[in-house]
Design a binder for this molecule. Structure first.
Ligand SMILES: O=c1ccn([C@@H]2O[C@H](COP(=O)(O)O)[C@@H](O)[C@H]2O)c(=O)[nH]1
Length: 233
């Protein structure tokens, strides 16, 4: 069976746990995601550990955000690990995004628009007024014009972003919660089925899977629900 378009966020406190979660979920999902917690603790070795024998696609979510020269150096440094996807913050601006794209030509650069943990009120407090969707769309267009092949946005905005950037850009949505699940620190959330129906290509799901008693079964359950959705929309 084709693995579901899900990237499981391996936000684990140690390498053994991350590798165990990766092994349990990889029969069911297309991708595993390594974020700041694991990468800062273990460095580049973490990639081989979670890739394991299956050779699953690894999404390196470092959310780079610095001046273009520094981001280019960082992107070049991690490109040798061959992550399928590497994130940068769209708010770093077009020159920074382009620098990452040019430094890692074989990795898809995904620009994070507005973090899914931020509500409209939070955004107002940091000087981004108006609807989150408007800021997300503006940053999405800027990032695509700078060469990003993928964008990270919440599932609440994914339909609007798809309408803005067209079919060829990969849209990645964290902030995904199965019906009735706790949203935890995520502010702009939707269900996996809704995110997919609205145009997401890859759903990032962490704690609803890794916090389950059996992460493999949790991943399989969400994957099966998505398959049913694709067959009977
Ligand atoms: O806007 C963003 C960008 C990245 N993330 C990352 O996705 C996962 C979500 O994990 P959950 O446990 O499903 O909440 C996490 O690794 C974040 O760093 C995001 O949530 N929002």
């Amino acid at each position: 069976m084709t693995p579901a378009p899900i990237a499981v966020a391996l936000d684990a406190p140690d390498l053994e746990t991350a590798a165990r979660w990766a092994a349990l979920v990889t029969p069911h999902v297309s991708t595993v995601k390594v974020g700041l917690e694991l990468y800062l603790r273990y460095g580049p070795d973490v990639i081989a550990s979670v890739r394991g024998a299956s050779g699953v696609r690894v999404f390196l979510d470092l959310k780079l955000h610095d001046i273009p020269n520094t981001v280019a150096g960082a992107a070049r440094a991690v490109a040798r690990l061959k992550p399928a996807i590497l994130t940068v913050h769209a708010a770093g601006g077009p020159a920074m995004i382009r620098a990452a794209v040019e430094a890692a030509p074989h990795t898809q650069i995904a620009a994070v628009t507005i973090l899914t943990s931020l509500s409209e009120a939070d955004l107002g407090r940091i000087g981004i007024g108006g609807r989150p969707e408007d800021a997300v769309r503006r940053l999405a267009v800027l990032a695509v014009e700078a060469g990003a092949g993928a964008l990270v946005c919440s599932p609440r905005e994914v339909a609007a972003v798809r309408a803005e950037v067209g079919p060829d850009i990969t849209l990645i949505t964290p902030g995904v919660r199965p019906q009735g699940a706790d949203s935890q620190d995520q502010a702009r959330v939707a269900t996996p089925e809704q995110a997919l129906a609205d145009g997401a290509d890859l759903l990032v799901i962490g704690r609803p899977i890794t916090g389950a008693a059996d992460p493999g079964a949790a991943a399989a359950g969400i994957a099966a629900a998505l398959r049913r959705k694709i067959v009977t929309p």
